[in-house]
Design a protein around this ligand. Structure first.
Ligand SMILES: [Cu+2]
Length: 537
């Protein structure tokens, strides 16, 4: 795969706009419509074993080959990466309150990492660029699941290489359950009426190999092949009256507008968990990294298709060049002649709801984040610089603004936030639930409410960044600490933090076990609001 130059990318769009193309109909990023003739691949549920009360998974990043026919010629072996397989990874699943651990092994020829997107956990377990897993190495994060039921996911987050690693196929779902989700009237048989749907787009070269195109397009590679769970032209047999789709935009750059041409659907959950009640919608926009759980009704014997209509990207300069004019089918649903009954979607609050709730009146800090072409508040990512320091227990408002007419998004590690307002107005229903990633329409101000409950660390940061992975890799990211009240940790250069590969890289904090025999599980556990017992020596 090739890389491309940012300057060229921006220049190309600028040229298009300057040439007066903004009124041109059509698209420069069209998506092929395949025949929907392949059964949807369902990522297997990851096996786990419970050792001393810890649910322990293992994941191995590895190389392999995958057939993406009919997008490629039958028999073409496309080189891909996956976890425990050739492409994508198994679905991890755990319950609120459980202690979990993952043995992450890297059989690739280069350094990677595994970030638990949407997960509340200690910074040392987060899997960002500071938790690199070297080739041949193993990393053993461990933590306690302490957040609502949700459709989370995991993917690499290595410094400057996230786009390529995700694009090659390293991604999987991490489903969390809790008392509310267990008791809910929602389809819940995995792979049958509760179906993971990882939506991704690809470019294939003449030899059927994956290509990160270098045509200079913003906001990154927009592929002409769209696939679900790695299946091109997929169909899913439906055997129940209602089907729950756990939609994940696992693309690097493309934003989808997912729905059905012939019916509405019930939105039941956003990134971080269930809404207060189902919301009837025609479609839901998902930028890279965003998730939505929807429930769709089927009649016996009928066929319909999940499709992406022209994505509303807000006031971007050249939507025809950003995927905003593309409409295409994504997944075919084929209902059997007899369907088992499904209840009307309904659920009650979790017993944790009061503790989870965020209250705007509790906010004691407001921070401002301005996103430009590749910077946040004028800075590019520097692994050796702390940009923000938050205090455990604090509720904060982050005012985030995309200052240019290009697509951006905003993802915050460690927390689920609430969108309070967009330009002072209440958010639409699909942005009113728990979120960890939000698309930023240009030149609008998003006020995000979040709370940093616990897991303090004076040394290891969490990330916030654009989740358009080219942008992220090119520096659109910052680092924040969560510290104990009274800590003297402050923004600025942080000598203990390794920057890029270099002489400082040996100064590992010892938080994460990088090879066999190093520290085992245990670091991440402990009661809420208690400091973890890290040894920073
Ligand atoms: Cu961006």
């Amino acid at each position: 795969m090739r890389r491309r130059a940012t300057a060229a990318a921006l220049a190309a769009v600028t040229t298009l706009v300057a040439a007066g193309c903004s009124g041109v109909p059509g698209s420069v990023t069209p998506v092929d419509e395949p025949e929907f003739a392949q059964e949807l691949a369902i990522p297997p549920l990851a096996e786990s074993r419970v050792v001393d009360g810890v649910r322990t998974f293992s994941l191995t990043a590895q190389e392999g080959t995958t057939s993406f026919a009919p997008a490629t010629d039958a028999g073409t072996a496309t080189e891909t990466w996956g976890f425990d397989g050739a492409y994508l990874g198994p679905t991890l699943r755990a319950e609120r309150g459980e202690k979990v651990a993952v043995e992450v092994s890297n059989d690739l020829g280069e350094t990677t990492s595994v970030h638990w997107h949407g997960m509340h956990l200690p910074a040392a377990m987060d899997g960002g660029p500071h938790q690199a897993v070297e080739p041949g190495g193993t990393w053993r994060p461990a933590w306690t699941i302490d957040q609502p039921a949700a459709t989370l996911w995991y993917h690499p987050h290595p410094h400057g290489q996230t786009e390529e690693h995700v694009y090659r196929g390293l991604a999987g779902m991490f489903i969390l359950d809790d008392d509310a989700s267990r008791a809910a009237d929602l389809p819940s048989t995995y792979g049958v009426d509760d179906v993971p749907v990882v939506v991704q787009d690809k470019v294939f070269d003449d030899g059927g190999q994956l290509e990160l195109s270098d045509d200079g397009g913003e906001p990154g590679t927009l592929g002409g092949t769209v696939m679900t769970n790695g299946t091109v032209g997929a169909y899913q047999e439906v055997t129940t009256e209602r089907l729950r789709l756990r939609l994940l935009n696992g693309s690097t750059a493309r934003t989808y507008q997912l729905g059905f041409a012939d019916r509405e659907m019930d939105l039941v959950a956003t990134d971080g968990g269930l809404l207060d009640a189902p919301v009837r919608l025609d479609e839901v926009r998902l930028a890279p990294g965003e998730r939505a759980e929807v429930v769709v009704e089927m009649a016996p014997g009928e066929t319909t298709r999940l499709r992406s209509s022209e994505a509303d990207l807000g006031g971007v300069a050249a939507p025809f060049a950003m995927g905003g004019n593309d409409a295409f089918d994504v997944l075919e649903l084929r209902a059997a002649d007899e369907l088992a009954p499904s209840p009307e979607p309904a659920w009650g609050p979790s017993r944790h709801a009061a503790g989870d709730a965020l209250h705007e009146q509790d906010a004691s800090v407001t921070r401002t984040f301005d996103l430009d072409e590749r910077t946040i508040n004028g800075e590019r990512m520097d692994m050796g610089r702390i940009d923000e320091v938050a205090t455990a227990g604090a509720t904060e408002i982050w005012e985030v603004r995309n200052t240019i007419p290009m697509p951006h998004s905003f993802h915050v590690h460690d927390v689920q936030f609430r969108v309070l307002t967009i330009d002072g107005e209440a958010p639409p229903p699909e942005l009113a639930g728990p979120k960890d990633t939000v698309y930023l329409e240009p030149r609008r101000t998003y006020r995000l409410l979040m709370r940093f409950d616990d897991y303090t660390d004076d040394r290891l940061p969490y990330m916030y960044h654009c989740h358009m992975l080219l942008h992220e890799d090119e520096g659109m990211m910052g680092q924040f600490l969560v510290v104990e009240p009274g800590s003297d940790a402050a923004p600025g250069r942080a000598g203990h933090l390794a920057g890029h590969a270099g002489p400082d890289d040996g100064a590992d904090d010892g938080h994460a076990a990088h090879d066999a025999g190093a520290r085992q599980v245990g670091d991440g556990y402990g009661p809420r609001r208690a400091a973890p017992t890290h040894d920073h020596g």
